[in-house]
Write a protein that binds this ligand. Structure first.
Ligand code: NAD
Length: 337
């Protein structure tokens, strides 16, 4: 089947090709580096399947264009489906499949990496030693042992993150709309309500999906309830956080450290090279300017294990639809929460 693959980089191609070659009947994959948007949707003319990633824009307008051009299946190469208007997809008769799980370890481990970098200032230390400066001033950290870590969203990634932090000897608080027995099985981990988690955590890590109920979950009000000097980690979705409120929190010292793998307006920036240009997003530039902020560009998923699993599930999802089999990874409305 012909598949138009948007937002592809060389690594997407490499892993999708491997998975496609191993499939019982290979698909005809055509790769587009560009993001799916109103201007580029016409590239998929005549393709029954369109394959997209986190920052493609699958809103009502673009889905209409795709449906009119003959697309029937949208295959997401990710778990989150906030970039697609599911109501519109359903009304247009488009099936949507996703990759619900692919190495949750990749994301959980990256969140831990951000914590270590922020706490022990590894980014500064690395540059300092390379500059033959062997002083320690300004590099003071704290023991993670006995720190309290709040996990918002205790699903697959949040629970693995909690298991790793338990290994450091942290106290674990979880907040979720559902309880997960794997989280409660972690020694010392307990569920609390959101205000208690915010008030007691030294480190808060976000692992819930972006939904109407979680949009800007971290805002002026919730920041007010946090401990002075709290560390905030977001490897989930940028719009869970009101970035301007976080900047205010950093300026007053309420937030002591920020580690982000996702950013509210990342569609305009991430996965592109602007090293020769000027970034127009002043909020991002301000955020970057703080010494106690570390940003990575949506790379938490980026391990060979995760890319292999994403490619294999994506190809299997497309094959299932082509063969008329049950779509076990179909995204259905109404979506949860
Ligand atoms: P999951 O579905 O296993 O877990 C999500 C958890 O969030 C569930 O337990 C759910 O009940 C909970 N939740 C839902 N609404 C909530 C709310 N209002 N408050 C608190 N908790 C709520 O998903 P997962 O595989 O653990 O992934 C979590 C998120 O990580 C994804 O939604 C995605 O946004 C993000 N992610 C990021 C990357 C990356 O590269 N940075 C990669 C994969 C996933």
């Amino acid at each position: 089947m012909k598949v138009a693959v948007f937002s592809t980089r060389s690594y997407d191609r490499q892993f999708l090709e491997l998975a496609n070659q191993a499939a019982a009947s290979a698909h005809d994959l055509e790769y587009f580096e560009t993001q799916l948007n109103k201007k580029t949707a016409s590239l998929a003319n005549g393709f029954p399947c369109v394959c997209i990633f986190v920052n493609d824009i699958a809103d009502e307008t673009n889905l209409k264009i795709l449906a009119e051009q003959g697309t029937k299946l949208i295959a997401l190469r990710c778990a989150g489906y906030n970039m697609i208007d599911m109501q519109a997809a359903s009304q247009l008769g488009l099936k949507v499949v996703r990759v619900p799980a692919y190495s949750p370890y990749a994301v959980a481990e990256h969140a831990v990496g951000l914590i270590l970098m922020l706490n022990r200032k590894l980014n500064k230390a690395y540059n300092r030693v390379r500059d033959d400066n062997f002083t320690l001033d300004g590099l003071l950290g704290f023991d993670l042992h006995e720190s309290t870590v709040g996990v918002i969203g205790t699903g697959k990634i949040g629970t693995i993150f909690a298991q790793i932090m338990q290994g450091f000897g942290c106290h674990l608080l979880g907040y979720d709309v559902y309880t997960n027995e794997h989280f409660t099985a972690i020694a010392g981990a307990k569920y609390v309500d959101l205000p208690e988690l915010l008030a007691k955590s030294d480190i808060i890590s976000l692992h819930c999906p972006l939904l109407p109920s979680t949009h800007n979950l971290i805002n002026q009000e919730t920041i007010k309830q946090m401990k002075q000097g709290v560390m905030l980690i977001n490897t989930s979705r940028g719009q869970l956080v009101d970035t301007r409120a976080v900047i205010d929190g950093i300026k007053t010292g309420k937030i002591g450290y920020v580690g982000l793998d996702v950013y509210e307006e990342e569609e305009e920036l991430f996965f592109q090279d602007y090293s020769d240009g000027i970034i127009q997003d002043e909020t991002f530039q301000l955020l970057q300017s703080f010494q106690n902020v570390v940003i990575t560009a949506h790379q938490a998923f980026f391990t060979k294990d995760a890319l292999t699993a994403i490619a294999q599930t994506t190809i299997a999802n497309i094959s299932s639809w082509e063969q008329g089999n049950e779509l076990t990874n179909e995204v259905k409305i109404p979506v949860a929460n």
